[in-house]
Design a protein around this ligand. Structure first.
Ligand code: GLN
Ligand code: ZN
Length: 755
């Protein structure tokens, strides 16, 4: 029997049914019964997709109304105090996720290096935990009713604690013993479900660099949990990197199986001997669960054969590298994609077939395939072959250009540049500016959509956008901001906008991926060599500049961010793709400065997101990421001022890298995190100019003049006046004009007293 395993399946629904139901429920348009009906319809549909694809190990409890980590908190009874008085469990669940009138939501953070955000558990020293097994049990039997015996997905205890925050004590792991007894009880309960139940504990913490303490707790936890009941077989899964250290430890416990990622954790190949000796079952993740391209099935078979040259075939299960949560649902609704490119793609549903056919060939040989499967394999081989030779992804001009990039330093060092820039710009001390976007109104969104769908003409569209720019400029002049922006009305999204204008990108119509809760993103598909056909922003920026005597800042998205927020090609290193994008952005910068634009901002909102999980790989990432940024910005003349913006504040680990990017001015988010974090700029003697956001744009609150003054005073304690810019902490597009106008007015007012 070919054995195959899916780590987890997406749940938002192939047409975002869950998103829609959740949002209707939250706004009071549908009743709870209707929401739960949609949920159970989706669970059934997803189980049946997997059953139909002959998946042998299908999960339950991978479904969630909001987030699996939050589900785990509920299962363990880790409910923060402020929510404990809410009696209705669903109401409490959503209050924890989203907050309510009286209570702030629990915080949210990125799930390792993905764009999925989980709800951070809050641990308090006085917590008493209590098992709540209802969701797990219900889902297990719901599937059983469909004729499917599922494995049960749970977040493992060490990862759960490591990814939580302790609110009132030092060492998070102090709660380990208390929580472990709840996990024990959980296994006991699960053992009553059936004669044999498989539990998959996700422990992706161990794909990162880990501490001896975490390893020792891993040992304690799984030695215990694997010996609770003969009925329960335990698999521990990690993904996104290798986890050789953890494997060594787990091999000495009585768990049944190990799930490892052989796509993003090649080093896992080095630990196969240990697995063999331990006689454990190996769930080998070979089908890429994080990217969208068709698998090269022949290559996967080869990899599996290599693995089973060490670990015996009887002990092997073929698997996805991670949960399919991170890829879109299905290609079935993609009617507009280019036919060739569509052939190269494989989303979650299509990956099920890839997995199952790969496993079948591996276990039973190609001859065992039926007609339909043979056809699938032939199609797969064709796609792999034509993708490799397609002229769509082999643009020699771009390739040549990449090779010819040798130097990427600005003409002069910063100290000299800044003098020239000061002469050109002639700005007051503590210059004021914004991060780029102004409110995106519903009318604006409608007009963009109507233009895209050819309901309104180009002339009408241009007129509307120009009007918006006029309003932005006159407002900024009126309140006396120093460096103005055009407001980005032509952009739907900071990456999609550029992707649509660059060669090498394709866009799905339905390729949604859950980002958090009901929110989904639709990342561009970066399939080929990237190049720029024509200027992308120059006309708009030039127009804005023509409307004012003040300086208008050109606004671009940086190469690393464009890369990190797209599905990127897997047939060449990311470093090369990043450089291709960098050259396209360089062309744009050059055109902007030729058009008389004196300041250009290159946003790198997702720079930090791309950091590898293992520190041994960080240097390499930083090298090409910085190089790419510099390739785009080094075309700027010494007198052209380059700004960059990053949406986070914790720079401690990366300050040197930020410095190496050599931007003249960096605007960052600090308003929510306090100036403690800014000290690092002082400590390392950071010379360049900085605009640490003086107020939080993520909240509808309007900051008062006094508040901003106080914030500026605090900044001046750690940074010299001549280095400082004054600005909000991120773009204003999600805010309303009623909030933006008074806030910015107050900001400009506050600065005056410091000049
Ligand atoms: N320039 C962009 C804006 O203002 C930056 C967005 C971001 O940092 N996320 O919207
Ligand atoms: Zn930002």
């Amino acid at each position: 029997m070919p054995k195959n395993w899916v780590i987890g399946f997406p749940r938002i629904g192939e047409q975002r049914e869950l998103k829609k139901a959740l949002e209707s429920y939250w706004s009071g348009d549908i009743k709870v019964e209707e929401l739960l009906n949609v949920a159970s319809m989706l669970k059934k549909r997803h189980w049946n997709y997997q059953k139909k694809a002959s998946i042998s190990y299908i999960s339950s409890n991978d479904f969630s109304l909001y987030d699996n980590m939050l589900d785990m908190s509920v299962t363990l009874g880790a409910i923060p105090k402020r929510f404990q008085d809410i009696n209705n469990s669903l109401e409490r669940y959503f209050a924890m996720a989203r907050g309510d009138k009286k209570r702030v939501a629990m915080s949210m953070t990125k799930w390792l290096n993905t764009n999925y955000h989980y709800i951070v558990p809050e641990l308090s020293k006085n917590d008493s935990y209590k098992l709540n097994i209802s969701k797990i049990k219900e889902e297990y039997f719901e599937a059983k009713n469909e004729g499917i015996n599922t494995k049960i997905n749970l977040v493992g205890i060490v990862t759960y604690i490591a990814f939580a925050k302790a609110v009132d004590f030092e060492d998070k792991f102090d709660v380990f013993d208390k929580l472990l007894s709840v996990y024990e009880e959980l296994i006991k309960e699960i053992s009553t479900f059936d004669n044999e139940v498989i539990v998959q504990f996700d422990e992706p913490l161990f794909a990162k660099d880990i501490t001896p303490k975490e390893l020792s707790l891993l040992k304690i936890a799984y030695s215990k949990l694997s010996n609770i009941s003969k009925n329960v077989k335990i698999a521990v899964a990690t993904y996104f990197e290798h986890s050789c250290e953890a494997v060594k430890v787990l091999c000495h416990t009585d768990i049944w199986a190990l799930g490892l990622d052989f796509v993003y954790g090649k080093k896992n190949q080095e630990i196969l001997e240990d697995i063999k000796k331990s006689n454990k079952t190996l769930i080998a993740g070979v089908i890429d669960g994080r990217n969208v391209w068709v698998s090269n099935i022949d290559e996967k078979i080869e990899l599996l054969r290599y693995i089973s040259s060490i670990v015996s075939k009887e002990k092997l299960i073929v698997s996805t590298s991670c949960s399919l949560l991170h890829v879109p649902f299905t290609l079935k609704y993609e009617k507009k994609l280019n036919k060739d490119i569509k052939e190269w793609l494989s989303f979650a549903v299509e990956k099920l077939d890839e997995l199952s056919i790969t496993a079948k060939i591996y276990f039973e040989g190609e001859n065992s395939l039926n007609e339909k499967e043979k056809e699938f394999l032939a199609k797969n081989r064709r796609a792999v072959h034509f993708r490799a030779i397609s002229d769509k992804i082999h643009n020699d001009v771009v390739k040549q250009r990449i090779k010819s990039v040798k130097s990427f330093d600005r003409d002069l060092p910063f100290e000299k540049r800044i003098k020239l820039q000061k002469e050109v710009l002639n700005l007051p001390v503590l210059p004021t500016t914004t991060i780029g976007s102004f409110p995106q109104t519903t009318t604006l969104r409608r007009v963009r959509r109507e233009y895209k769908n050819q309901i309104i003409s180009k002339e009408e569209y241009n007129k509307f956008i120009k009007n918006y720019i006029d309003e932005c400029i006159s407002f900024q002049e009126e309140i006396e901001l120093d460096v103005l922006v055009h407001g980005e009305p032509e952009r739907n999204d900071m990456v999609e906008y550029f992707g649509e204008l660059l060669e090498g990108f394709a866009f799905s119509t339905n390729g949604w991926v859950q980002s958090y809760g009901s929110r989904c993103v639709k990342p561009p598909l970066l399939y080929g060599n990237v190049s720029r056909e024509a200027p992308m922003t120059v006309e708009w920026i030039k127009y804005a500049q023509s409307k004012t005597q003040k300086v208008v800042k050109g606004m671009l998205t940086g190469p690393v961010t464009i890369l990190n927020w797209s599905f990127v090609r897997d047939d060449q290193p990311k470093s090369i793709t990043a450089k291709e994008i960098a050259l396209a952005i360089a062309d744009e910068i050059d055109d902007l400065q030729k058009a008389g634009i004196k300041i250009i901002q290159v946003d790198e909102a997702a720079f930090k997101e791309g950091y590898p999980l293992r520190s041994s790989k960080i240097k390499e990432y930083e090298k090409w990421a910085v190089e790419s940024f510099k390739i785009s910005t080094s075309v700027a003349k010494a007198k052209t001022q380059i700004h960059t913006h990053m949406c986070y504040s914790d720079f401690n680990d990366i300050i040197q890298t930020i410095e190496d990017m050599d931007a003249d001015v960096i605007t960052i988010e600090t308003s929510r995190s306090g100036n403690r974090l800014l000290k690092v700029f002082k400590e390392v003697g950071y010379q360049k100019e900085i605009g640490p956001g003086v107020y939080d744009i993520h909240s509808p609150r309007i900051p008062s003049v006094d508040e901003i003054k106080e914030q500026i005073s605090k900044l001046l304690e750690v940074l010299p006046k001549k280095q400082l810019w004054i600005n909000p902490d991120c773009g204003l597009k999600t805010r309303k004009w009623e909030e933006v106008k008074p806030s910015l007015k107050n900001m400009v007012e506050a600065v005056k007293s410091f000049r």
